[in-house]
Design a protein around this ligand. Structure first.
Ligand code: QAP
Ligand code: CO
Length: 167
């Protein structure tokens, strides 16, 4: 398995819309394995293929304390409902920044698992937020898009500055 490079805001490749996975084959299984290794190494709770510059509808999530409960979503379809709730969100592609984002409380998701088998689940709480956040990535959307343009441009400036300093 390989640790993949996570691209960061404002990289324009994060704006790419992901294509559906045509077949859950060995190459997808390898991608899922590499994405999970990248997620655990970060460490993070969610990663979309878009963030590793692969523009396919693949997401990995693990919100467990011990990092031993991976959730793989391939070709996810969401229906959100319920009250509006605010959560502090972060993103591996926006390192060092956490800001409140308002989303719907419940998520119904249908997807394929790592074996290509269809499943559905109803979730709320952190898992619901995380699934909505990762599905946004597959559409080229980032949590910073929900912030004021002032906040977003400040974050962009700081990230570009620290990237220049690192280069
Ligand atoms: C999305 O985010 C999420 O800034 C997943 O320096 C986050 O895994 C959904 C991370 C919060 C709901 C609530 C962020 C790692 C990881 C950083 C992540 C960082 C290192 C973020
Ligand atoms: Co993210």
């Amino acid at each position: 398995m390989t640790i993949l490079n996570v691209i960061s805001f404002p990289d324009p490749r994060l704006r790419t819309k992901a294509a559906p996975v045509a077949a859950v084959d060995a190459a997808i299984d390898q991608l899922v394995g590499d994405m999970l290794e990248t997620l655990y190494q970060a460490p993070g709770i969610g990663l979309a293929a878009t963030q590793v510059n692969v523009h396919k509808r693949v997401i990995v999530i693990d919100i467990s304390k011990d990092g031993d409960d991976p959730l793989v979503l391939i070709n996810p379809q969401l229906e959100v409902s319920g009250e509006l709730l605010e959560t502090q969100e972060g993103c591996l592609s926006v390192p060092g920044f956490y800001e409140p984002v308002t989303r719907r409380e419940h998520t119904h998701v249908q997807a394929l698992d790592r074996q290509g088998k269809p499943f559905a689940m109803d979730v709320d709480g952190l898992l619901s937020v995380c699934i909505q956040h990762e599905c946004d990535h597959l559409q080229g959307k980032l949590f910073v898009d929900y912030l004021s343009s002032l906040k977003r441009s400040r974050i962009q400036k700081k990230l570009l500055k620290s990237r220049r300093a690192a280069a």
